[in-house]
Design a protein around this ligand. Sequence first.
Ligand SMILES: NC(=O)C1=CN([C@@H]2O[C@H](COP(=O)(O)OP(=O)(O)OC[C@H]3O[C@@H](n4cnc5c(N)ncnc54)[C@H](OP(=O)(O)O)[C@@H]3O)[C@@H](O)[C@H]2O)C=CC1
Ligand SMILES: O=C(O)[C@@H]1CCC=N1
Length: 262
Amino acid sequence: MAEAIIGGLISRNIVSPHSITAANLQDQLRLEYIEETYKVNVQSDRLEAVKEADIIILAMKPKNLHDAIAHIKPVLTNDQLVVSVIAGIPTSLIEEELGAPIPVIRTMPNTSAKVGESASAICRGAYATDAHLATVETLFRAIGSVSLVKEEQMDAVTGVAGSGPAYFYYMIEAMEKAACEAGLSEEQAHELVTQTVVGVGKRLQNTKKSPSELYQEVMSPGGTTEAGIHTLRDHSFQQTVQSAVGKAVHRSKELGQVLSKN
Ligand SMILES: NC(=O)C1=CN([C@@H]2O[C@H](COP(=O)(O)OP(=O)(O)OC[C@H]3O[C@@H](n4cnc5c(N)ncnc54)[C@H](OP(=O)(O)O)[C@@H]3O)[C@@H](O)[C@H]2O)C=CC1
Ligand SMILES: O=C(O)[C@@H]1CCC=N1
């Protein structure tokens, strides 16, 4: 996710590569790849990276948060801003781990950040001001859209938009497989399915019609789409999708609860 943010920020020329420093836990090869690909600074000493920074973006897995904060805490000051992209983790928990009134902004971007098309949401913790929120909004606008939400809405955002790209890629994989089974080459399948998805996204952004109106527009009575949609309906496709999103939202809540208890 951090790579997607770096890629998005740089491709939009919002932040110069020289003002970004990437650090990780131990994967030196990965740091070298990031340095070479994005021409950003890399730092294998996390403390050095954090000391120099105005904004620290935490992009480790939830299970690594405790150790990550414990390590950098000694060099953090209240003048810095901590931004989290970590799923499920409330700002209150991060503030507690920090043990000081350091401003925290919680965000939930998605991997479409890499092409400047993330659907991100942000909210602020107890010590963050509107100015901090505005700073992060500006940064995240460089990687797509930004919704200001209440913190209690963040788990919903995570299940829908954070995880969202994966649901579509999963479906796209199935459509491409079906296309090949029906006689298209892998290349043809990929090109046709990709453009179909791009078209759907653009259409959604440019119409007031509901999704229901839009799929009905494609369906001719007794035609091909009806045959396909009826099969999806017979296999409870929409209930399955609703249940998948519901599970992801639940998992986001769970991630926060599990860490809060430890
Ligand atoms: N993937 C996605 O689509 C999205 C992910 N997120 C959130 O982003 C976070 C990262 O996910 P993702 O990018 O998929 O995971 P990755 O495993 O790809 O990246 C995690 C990174 O964290 C680094 N790391 C681990 N421990 C520490 C530490 N103590 N200090 C500094 N860096 C550390 C790892 O370094 P090393 O490799 O050296 O161990 C690695 O670079 C998660 O919290 C996730 O919830 C949010 C939105 C979308
Ligand atoms: O799967 C995850 O936990 C992360 C959060 C949102 C997308 N990926």
